[in-house]
Design a protein around this ligand. Sequence first.
Ligand code: ATP
Length: 367
Amino acid sequence: MTTVALKDVTKVFPDGTVAVDKVSLDVNDGEFMVLLGPSGCGKSTVLRMVAGLEDPTSGAVLLDGELANDLPPRERGIAMVFQDFALYPHMSVGSNIAFPLRLSGVEEGPRGERVADVASALGIGDVLGRKPSQLSGGQRQRVAMGRAIVRRPGLFLMDEPLSNLDSGLRAELRAEISGLVRELGVSTVYVTHDQAEALTMADRVAIMRKGVLQDVGTPTQVYGRPATLYVAAFLGSPRMNLLEATVYVHLDRYVTLNLGEQALYLPWDDIRARAVAHYHGERIVVGMRAEALTPVAPDTPGDVLQGRIRYLEHHGHESLAFLDIGATAIVVDELGGPATEERTAGAGRGLRRLGQVMQRLTGRATG
Ligand code: ATP
């Protein structure tokens, strides 16, 4: 399958808009790479440059290690799926799926077999005779996928293919698409602004902001060890707690992170202590995920932070407690089921720390 390498790729549009700014990114053989970022961050432009629909202003696009900047789209061995499925309305589902095979001169017999195989893999074998207007949104999406898959490309490029569907169907199709693509082993670049989609589907996620690549890694890596403050704040719901703290390295070899009147204590054998030690005396930002904090009773001994609950939010499967720790507001995932009035009555409850510590100075962060 096709590999992709972008080397310092930049796209400046004629009106001066820098849509993509020196992006370098590798997509490995058979990898499902998701480009994630807010609207306008340059994801689609990256995809279109890989497809050959847009020329890079500078930098190199390599396909299978070969410079492809001047390669016409049809010679790139790619198939694209967009959010507006763009099926041919006058053609049946079967003819829509068969269309790319007809263009490349595949005979009727093998063509029919391939279409039947693909349609059955996508669960649309029984609607091959219908017109697109007689299908549900989910079925139309599957037809668009079928048309992309049928030629067995070396690379899939998908631009928000699920964004026109309702949320239930989206969740169903995202598992289906990533399962199918993995089965086929085709390298994929998938663009979305939906982080749930990115984190559930991707082998690796590339997060962009204002044309600049912020972080690349597995969903666990970018969620757990975000490379920049922007990524820390962007990924996850509720948002990661970000607290300013001053680092103190104590001579008897432990580190405290002072948050106003309270402090987080890191013994020296905690790798996070060594990671922040060289910021002695400086202000850093500490990142803690809500689910990494455990509420405990106010008089619990040991390493706890004291917080005052401002309000609770029930989400069915979890409850979030919003607390003030000194002057800072944070959010905690109430483990062990929804909070009850009784459990939340002690407003000064302790909070066992500590999720992640980000070893990044506010001033140095891109956020
Ligand atoms: P969305 O999720 O909304 O599609 P995106 O992250 O895919 O956004 P792009 O479509 O790549 O973003 O656009 C990146 C930037 O480039 C935006 O500021 C956009 O307005 C701008 N842009 C895109 N196409 C052109 C064009 N042809 N001429 C000028 N500016 C453009």
